[in-house]
Ligand binder design. Sequence first.
Ligand code: NA7
Length: 543
Amino acid sequence: MQTARTADYDAVVIGAGFAGIYMLYRLRDTLGLAAHVFEESDGVGGTWNLNRYPGARCDSESHVYCYSFSKELLRDWQWSSRYPEHDEIRAYLNHVTDRFDLRRDISFDTRVARAAYDDASGLWQVTTGAGQTVTARFLITGLGLLSAARHIPRIPGLEGFGGEWHHTSDWPREPVDFSGKRVGVIGTGSTGAQVVAAIADKCAQLSVFQRSPQYVLPARNRPNTPEFQAWLDSHYDEVWQAAQNSTGGYPYHHNRRRALEETPEQIRQTFDELWQVGGFKFVWGSYMDLIVDHDANRLVADYVRARMAETIRDPEVARRLLPTDHPLGGRRPVVNDGYLEAFNRDNVHLVDLREAPITRFTATGIQTTDAHHDLDMVIFATGFDAVTGPFLRIDIRGRGGLPLRDKWAGGPATAFGLATSGFPNMFMISGPGSMFGNQPVTIEHHANWIADCIAHLDAQGLAECEVRPRTEQDWSQQILDWVQRTVAAETDSWWNGSNIPGKKRTPFFYTGSFSQYKRACDQAAEQGYPGFDLRPALEEVQP
Ligand code: NA7
């Protein structure tokens, strides 16, 4: 029987996105462990290796949508624009991979099909889709929230549709030709909005199938100038410190004022200024009460609707595009340039599915209850079986062969989104129950916590770390308590699984601030992991 000493690896990491790349660096280059990454796709990037649709770009600002662990790395990479496109993010992640010589410890095109904890040896047995099994002391998931578990709604007749169709996160590598084509985009979340803005002027006709209107904030993308770069170079420490101590991993804070305590003129001035700045700062760098008080939220929602309406020429189209069924921030607002403007073009049509839902695909297009829409191509921008979906695509089994699917049947339970009971020595980066925000920043924190925990075990001569059920019950309760304090509690969103028919609705993220989240995790580490069972190696406790 293999033991910790004879295991193939100290750690196996699943996924080579932002999470897996940094985890490998931490384990191998700072702890000196034997670590290996299995990546299902053909390169690094995770989400960014899959989401190659036209217009795909991040909506966090580039100078903080990156790693902070190496100042040299920060200095030797310059982003071209405020919100770079997917290919530039992929180039960055390839640069990091090569700069730290990480590629040699990553197996690409290698799907992990099964990962099972072996009670006898205390090791994880990780089996690839090709049937190869390796053993490791630790299993660490860096699966991404939104990447591979794509959602394609079950609409009758799709198999008989004679045109081309794609899901945005499974975009072809060869160029897709839109010229002269009648294209339909289903879905108007962040992804759908990016696609529409990018292809509106490339196709003959564009029909946008909208089920729920979204709040759309201006991104105000622009090239990063030498002046900006010079400012950034001289303010790195402040920028990163602000991100670390922030609400959501972005380098800004609420303004410490309450909208409900200000005059309409003050509020207007604040919103006007933030609207000019663009991006998420409009919500998360604004008044403290916008996301926790429905009355304050109405102020900001009214403002955004009014500004959106100014952009759209046809008042009837504007009426349909303005969201009235959920608070701003209840689901992730769209940050975009060009989406609303696209509806001012003669070749772009809004199809309001609330008035006339889709009934089926036909050979030549989409039938709604009131019309047939002739289409040559359909783009599904319909989102993801997010957060838990990527885990449940893998047959993960814990102590006693317990399937993770069964353990989480009533909703996922974790401590900090980092560990789940019954699955010793399995750690999750961005697992359910973790902090969601500017992902590279939160990912670095998760990976550091995991690496520190493993270093602690090794330093103490301990073999195993397993969170206690009570700890994860307490954390799950905290997550519920926090979300109840926000306007997001009632809104349907991938944040709580309600975007997937039949999926149990449960809040997936800690909605306190990033600094509070970090404090909770870091206190557990500083106090020697109370709430976790840390155990010696099996051979040491057996006679
Ligand atoms: P989202 O935000 O989950 O958006 C999916 C969109 O697809 C949304 O507009 C949905 O409408 C729509 N949808 C889903 N199923 C259907 C069906 N059956 N019919 C019509 N429309 C449908 O995914 P995105 O990819 O845009 O963004 C995910 C995250 O990626 C985003 O939040 C950023 O973090 C980056 P609904 O709103 O459910 O009525």
